[in-house]
Design a binder for this molecule. Structure first.
Ligand code: PLP
Length: 315
């Protein structure tokens, strides 16, 4: 099981590749929320999302990486693995389900990975990825049940708690749960007084329901928020969250859109929906945290043209 030592090792390892990301508190945002809010800016990563921390850590530690890797994803996970593969000169194949977002295909191809479009659903695509890995001898990289990815993502929280060990809480958006699990591990070791609160879309609550029910369950995906559109729960992050997560909040897509607007207006920050979900979770609980010090992770800024249009129309 991943622990704080793995996270701190990963931090030393990625320090050569990724500078620490900023964490700012904006007076105008604080006034609007009524909380001393700290925004951790993963939207400024070279891939536009925090996941690259996990991808680089996994590839850096992979002893036989010359054999290449295969992964499957529609978005930020694919870019993370493609970016890390390019860094280490590793052949990388990404499988995406039918009708992918052309901007995301282009982003992955620009990083030197090959994209293969196969499968009507992510479950089918995962099956094709498994076959391809078996046929070619490449390593299959899953989205969440990967200890090195959790350790790498944990570097975000190692930075956060080194900068502010006195936070009262941190809100973390959840798709598969690697980020929230990493936050739990880092907080337990570095900021024991900081509560970790997960946030998911009420329109795709698989991780939330699994945590509440203490069982891995699947749920329909009706959210338009891409980074959070996960229909199943993953054993490794769920096991960590079961032990250590303090609370789990569900927010509607409309609340996420409102938080996206707030980040744009009060913190001049472009967040994709998933990148604003933490703030949406805090807004849903703002009375409880009035006057407290609370971090929200802006996990990513990869809003596509359709999402940008929706966001600007709402302003
Ligand atoms: C993947 C992703 C999430 C969710 O992270 P998990 O580790 O899968 O729970 C949140 N925000 C963004 C921008 C993402 O890309």
């Amino acid at each position: 099981m991943t622990g704080i030592r793995d996270i701190l090792d990963a931090r030393r390892l990625i320090a050569h590749q990724l500078p620490e990301t900023p964490m700012w508190s904006y007076p105008v945002l604080n006034a609007a929320v009524g909380v001393e809010v700290y925004v951790k800016h993963e939207n400024v990563q070279p891939t536009g999302a925090f996941k690259v921390r996990g991808g680089i850590t996994l590839l850096a530690r992979m002893a036989d990486r010359g054999r290449g890797v295969v992964t499957y994803s529609t978005g930020n996970h694919a870019q993370s693995i493609a970016y890390a593969s390019r860094l280490y000169g590793v052949p990388c194949a990404v499988l995406m389900p039918d009708n992918p977002n052309p901007a995301k295909v282009a982003a992955v191809e620009a990083l030197g990975a090959t994209v293969e479009v196969r499968g009507a659903t992510m479950v089918e695509t995962a099956g094709h990825a498994r076959d391809l890995a078996e046929r070619t001898g490449r390593r299959l990289i899953g989205p969440a049940d990967e200890p090195d990815i959790i350790a790498g993502v944990g570097t975000l929280y190692a930075e956060m708690f080194a900068a502010r060990p006195d936070l009262d809480a941190v809100f973390v958006p959840v798709g598969s749960g690697t980020g929230a699990a990493a936050a739990c591990l880092a907080a337990a070791a570095l900021a024991p007084g900081c509560r970790v609160i997960a946030v998911q879309s009420a329109q795709a609550p698989a991780a939330h329901d699994s945590w509440r029910l203490n069982a891995l369950v699947n749920r329909p995906v009706k959210t338009v928020v891409e980074g959070l559109a996960t229909g199943s729960a993953f054993a490794t992050p769920q096991a960590v969250m079961r032990d250590r997560l303090d609370d789990f909040v569900l927010v509607g897509d409309d609340e996420i859109l409102r938080a996206q607007r707030m980040l744009l207006g009060e913190a001049h920050t472009l967040a994709e929906g998933a990148g604003a979900a933490a703030l949406a979770g805090l807004l849903a609980r703002r009375e409880e945290f009035a006057g407290r010090r609370v971090a929200v992770v802006c996990t990513g800024g990869n809003a596509g043209p359709k999402e940008l249009a929706r966001l600007l129309a709402a302003l």
